[in-house]
Every structure is written in structure tokens, then in C-alpha cells.
Ligand binder design. Structure first.
Ligand SMILES: [Mn+2]
Length: 328
């Protein structure tokens, strides 16, 4: 049975509406299959549940966007980045799509795709919130990884490990066609960024987190304090007067709960801890957007696709919790 605990949203003018963007894009990393996630999530009934069980009116174009028309014929590495033209073009377009929903005052749900797409989603909501409310939003980044490499600190060159660096202005590129379209209006402050679930952070990233005093709760912190106290501290850092964009990488969950993902790391969140994070963010009434990324149903599918099925199911649960499902 699904029960809802609806909280009156503080920063949405259309609280009963959700703008949905389905992004079948995998170009921020090397493993195909993450582009199949939106269809798998939708086929498992996620959008139907949001409508019939949680009561939202969905604004969705019934399309899983692959942005094929935006793909360049050649896309050579730039500063070590792989597929820079493609990722930039796709995220720029996605930024406009998310902006259009957020500007209308509705909550935006983006189903990825690899985590590079957050360059599009976060920049879109940041701009809309600045225009609509004249304030900066916060980002809660739930992930095993910090995704804050600059092109120079990245070993792999995969842009899904760099979105936070571009979104905070720590990584910059002047060329319009390679993220030069990210302007001040699109960016978020490192002071308004909170990480939860980190456990595989590169050396260069650790340095960036320390240098900028970024608020980050690793699995060590969660072991020490428990997820309840961690959420108090995370939300305390943000304050109750700030809109929140929740960017949830399914690899924050332990591979036991979400095996079908591109870069699994053992020692992660339980499904309940993940749901609890989402429930707490919902309870603030400050949620203005959520991304669910890095579900890859083609990896570790398991016997009878049980692994893929469980990963999709976990992803759906995280989304429903963030949007108001409650246990009682
Ligand atoms: Mn990520």
C-alpha cells in the first residue's frame, strides 16, 4: 500500500504538477546501456504511480530524448574530455527543457542517463529559480563519487565525473560549444552544495573538496552518526529558506541494492537509507527538482534480470519517496 505525506512546497507555484524529462543519454561515460534507463523506469510504472498514487499531474512529452540530431560527426578529445561537443550540446538542450518546467513553478523530475546530464538539469533549475525567486538554490548530491573532477584532475576524461566542477565554475571552458554556454546565472555556489554517500573520491577531488570547504558526508560519517543525524546536519547546512535540487546517483546505494550501474562501489547506502534521504528532502517542502541517474539495466542484470529489475525498482522507490510517498 502506498501512503503519501504531502508537504506544502515552499518554492513551487504549481505544487501538484511535475515536469518530467526522460534523457536517454550515455555519452558522459563509456558503457552503453544507461540510455535505456528512462524506458525501463517508465515501463516499471513509475510515472503511472506518480499520477495515480501520489496525485500529480505530469507534464511529459512522452519521449525518451536521445538528442541524436545534436550529435556531431566528429568529437575529438578536448583537455582530455571525451565527447565534449556531444555532452555540451545535449546538456545545453536539457538545460532549456528543465528551465522551461522550473520557470512555470513546477517540480522537475529528470530520468537519466549518466550523471553528466546534471550539467543540464542543475543549470536549468538554478537559472529559473534565480529569475523566479531571486535566490540561489542548494544542491544535494547523493553519490558514491564526488563528480567534481576538472578536465585536468580527471584520469578517465569521462565527463560524468566532472559535472559538479562545471556547475560550480571550478572548471571553465571559453568555447561556447564546450560548456561556454554555462554562465553565471546557471551556476551554483560551492557553499550551497552538500554531498551524501561518498566513498570513492579521487585524490584531486579530495583536494578540491578541502580547498573550498565543501560540505560532504561520506559513508564514514554515516557509519559514525547514523543517517538521521546526517540529514539533520545536511539540511541544517542548507537552511530552511533555500530551494533544493536533489541529484541522486543510484550508485550511492550499495551494489547489493543497485547492482546495475556503471561504476558500482561496495560499502554504500542501504535502500532504506537512500529512501530516508529522499523522504527527509521531501519533508523540507523545499524540493524543486530531482535527477535519478546511472541506472544501467544492461549491466549485472543477473539471473532472469533480477539485478536490473531490483536496480530499477530501487530507483523508482527513491523518486516516490522524494515526491511524498511515506511508510505510514
Ligand atoms: Mn554520479
Amino acid at each position: 500500500m502506498i501512503t503519501t505525506s504531502m508537504v506544502t512546497p515552499k518554492f513551487l507555484t504549481k505544487p501538484d504538477e511535475i515536469g518530467v524529462v526522460a534523457v536517454g543519454f550515455s555519452g558522459g561515460q563509456c558503457k552503453p546501456g544507461v540510455d535505456a534507463a528512462p524506458s525501463a523506469l517508465i515501463a516499471s510504472g513509475l510515472l503511472t504511480q506518480l499520477h495515480t498514487e501520489l496525485g500529480y499531474n505530469l507534464h511529459h512529452d512522452d519521449t525518451v530524448h536521445s538528442y541524436k540530431d545534436l550529435m556531431p560527426s566528429e568529437d575529438p578529445d578536448v583537455r582530455g574530455m571525451k565527447n565534449p561537443l556531444a555532452v555540451s550540446a545535449v546538456t545545453k538542450k536539457l538545460s532549456e527543457q528543465v528551465y522551461a518546467h522550473a520557470k512555470e513553478g513546477r517540480c522537475v523530475l529528470t530520468l537519466g542517463g549518466d550523471h553528466s546530464i546534471a550539467i543540464g538539469t542543475v543549470s536549468g533549475t538554478a537559472k529559473a529559480i534565480k529569475e523566479r525567486l531571486g535566490r540561489e538554490m542548494a544542491v544535494i548530491w547523493v553519490d558514491a563519487h564526488a563528480d567534481i573532477n576538472t578536465p585536468e584532475t580527471s584520469d578517465s576524461g569521462n565527463i560524468h565525473g566532472m559535472p559538479v566542477a562545471f556547475l560550480t565554475g571550478l572548471a571553465k571552458e571559453k568555447r561556447e560549444e564546450i560548456f561556454g554556454w554555462l554562465q553565471k546565472d546557471n551556476l551554483v555556489s560551492v557553499k550551497k552544495l552538500v554531498y551524501i554517500g561518498l566513498r570513492d573520491v579521487d585524490r584531486g577531488e579530495k583536494q578540491i573538496l578541502q580547498e573550498h570547504g565543501i560540505c560532504a558526508f561520506s559513508m564514514h560519517d554515516i557509519d559514525r552518526h547514523g543517517i538521521g543525524r546526517i540529514m539533520e546536519m545536511a539540511l541544517g547546512h542548507i537552511g530552511n529558506d533555500t530551494p533544493i535540487h536533489l541529484s541522486f546517483d543510484v550508485d550511492a546505494l550499495d551494489p547489493m541494492w543497485a547492482p546495475s550501474t556503471g561504476t558500482p562501489v561496495r560499502g554504500g547506502l542501504t535502500l532504506r537509507e537512500g529512501d530516508y534521504i529522499a523522504e527527509c528532502v521531501h519533508a523540507t517542502g523545499s524540493l524543486i527538482a530531482m535527477d535519478l541517474v546511472e541506472v544501467n539495466p544492461t549491466l549485472e542484470p543477473g539471473v532472469n534480470d533480477i539485478g536490473a529489475h531490483e536496480t530499477v525498482r530501487a530507483g523508482c522507490s527513491l523518486v516516490r519517496c522524494a515526491l511524498g510517498e511515506s511508510l505510514l
